[in-house]
Design a protein around this ligand. Structure first.
Ligand SMILES: Nc1ncnc2c1ncn2[C@@H]1O[C@H](COP(=O)(O)OP(=O)(O)O)[C@@H](O)[C@H]1O
Ligand SMILES: [Mg+2]
Length: 215
């Protein structure tokens, strides 16, 4: 846990990732988890939440794809709306999210995926508004967020308000398709930018260095 005045870390609980980051994600960051289908984004998000709960840090999952209706019953319905999101709608949805985060002392937020929201925001300035407002809410509540994306549209937010970018990918090696993870950017900490291998196991998400030999 962080001392007052020093930027703490959100220890993800995914050991390999915490090692890459020198102890975890700087608290209150918005981290984009980007990559193609099947690369393990959802698994990473869920593990992040589960490890948080195990460490006494409540989590909130906003999912557009998976999960029981119950998960959605307490969160704003914005993702399910069909219309374009304008400035007022964005402010409303962030306010609704802020209410949940504060009320439940949420320390870890996962939005899986952010693509639906981004599709409904037609204006880049509004992307910035959404992420800027979200960033403020996270900071106030010492909450760390993973925003999952499988869309190339996520490039729209990459260089902007995202504090961190974790790229998930596939790598073919000797006829096998390995899952990989690469921390491309993480404000507030030094980190390796190497590619790591991701194994999805019953014991969780394992992140190990990619053995360079035999490629
Ligand atoms: N514990 C596990 N062991 C082996 N494979 C798993 C495990 N958990 C998930 N998978 C597989 O990994 C695949 C990709 O995981 P997922 O996290 O859903 O990727 P993404 O969200 O990037 O599409 C899934 O299709 C699933 O079958
Ligand atoms: Mg997924």
């Amino acid at each position: 846990m962080a001392k007052k005045g020093e930027r703490g870390r959100c220890v993800t609980g995914v050991e390999g990732l915490d090692n890459i980051l020198g102890g975890g994600i700087p608290t209150s960051s918005i981290v984009l988890v980007a990559g193609a289908c099947g690369t393990g984004k959802t698994s990473l998000g869920l593990e992040f939440l589960v490890r948080g709960v195990m460490a006494g840090e409540p989590g909130l999952l906003i999912t557009t794809v998976e999960g029981p209706d119950k998960l959605l019953s307490n969160v704003p319905r914005f993702i399910l709306s069909g219309s374009d999101l304008d400035e007022a709608a964005i402010k409303k949805l962030v306010a609704a999210l802020a209410k949940q985060i504060a009320a439940h002392r949420i320390k870890r937020l996962v939005i899986d995926t952010i693509d639906t929201v981004l599709t409904e925001i037609k204006d880049d300035a509004l992307d910035a508004l959404l992420l800027g407002e979200l960033s403020e809410v996270l900071f106030k509540n010492e909450c760390t967020a993973l925003l999952v994306s499988s869309s190339e549209k996520c490039e729209r937010i990459e260089g902007r308000v995202a504090d961190g970018i974790v790229m998930m990918g596939n790598l073919e090696r000797k006829g096998d398709l390995l899952r990989t993870m690469q921390v491309v950017k993480m404000k507030g900490t030094s980190h390796s930018r190497s590619k790591y291998v991701v194994d999805l196991t019953d014991a969780g998400v394992l992140v190990t260095p990619l053995l360079k030999g035999g490629l």
